[in-house]
Design a binder for this molecule. Structure first.
Ligand SMILES: [Zn+2]
Length: 191
C-alpha cells in the first residue's frame, strides 16, 4: 500500500497562542513549553477565526483547518480516518482530527533529531525527523486504502507541534480529480 505525507500551506493564524484573554495557556516553569495544549485546543474551537480561503491549511501552532469542500470530497469518495469539528466563528470550516495512530519507525531513522527532554513536563523541546517519515513496517502492513492516519510521534519545536498526517492510495488521485490543491509526498523506503 502506498502512503503519503499530507501537508498544506500555513494560513498565518494561531489556533490558541494569540488568544490569551479567552484561552488559559499554561506553561512549564522549567522549559516554557505549553503544557495544556489539549485544553487550549478545546477552548479555542469556539472562538477561532480563520483568515482567507483554502481547502486545507495549517495554523502556526500546529492545527489543521479544512473547508466544507474538503469534507465534500472526503464524503464523496467514502474516505476514512478523519473527524471534522465545526468552528462556529469560521462558518464552513472545520478543525481536522485523526485518531488513527500509526507508529513512527525510530529504528529506520537513526538520525532523528531530538533536542532536550524537559525533566519537569517530560516533553521534548524540539523533534525533527531529518526528512525520514516512514512508519514501522508492521503498521504499514495493516494500513487500509482510502484512509488517513497520524503518527504517534509529535514533531516540531516550541510553538508548532503536530503529528504527521498520512493518506493511503487512492486519496491523492481523488484530490487531483477534484482539483483540490493539497500536497502529497510519497513515503518510500530507500534501504
Ligand atoms: Zn518543561
Amino acid at each position: 500500500m502506498n502512503y503519503y505525507r499530507v501537508h498544506s500551506r500555513d494560513n498565518d493564524t494561531c489556533f490558541y497562542y494569540d488568544k490569551n484573554e479567552q484561552v488559559q495557556l499554561e506553561y512549564c516553569p522549567t522549559c516554557g513549553l505549553l503544557t495544556n495544549r489539549e485544553k487550549a485546543r478545546e477552548q479555542s474551537i469556539a472562538i477561532y477565526r480563520k483568515k482567507g480561503k483554502y481547502l486545507m491549511s495549517d495554523t502556526w501552532d500546529g492545527e489543521t483547518i479544512v473547508s466544507e469542500r474538503f469534507v465534500e470530497i472526503y464524503n464523496k469518495y467514502n474516505l476514512k480516518g478523519l473527524d471534522f469539528i465545526p468552528l462556529p466563528k469560521s462558518p464552513h470550516y472545520f478543525l481536522l482530527r485523526c485518531n488513527n495512530i500509526v507508529r513512527y519507525d525510530y529504528d529506520y531513522n537513526t538520525n532523528l533529531y531530538m533536542k532536550d527532554k524537559c525533566p519537569t513536563c517530560n516533553q521534548w523541546y524540539e523533534i525533527c525527523p531529518q526528512g525520514i517519515l516512514n512508519i514501522r513496517m508492521e503498521d504499514e502492513a495493516i494500513m487500509e486504502a482510502d484512509t488517513f492516519y497520524v503518527s504517534d510521534i509529535i514533531i516540531g519545536e516550541k510553538v508548532a507541534r503536530r503529528r504527521i498526517l498520512y493518506a493511503t492510495d487512492n486519496i491523492p488521485s481523488y484530490f487531483k480529480i477534484e482539483k483540490g490543491r493539497i500536497f502529497f509526498d510519497k513515503i518510500e523506503r530507500v534501504r
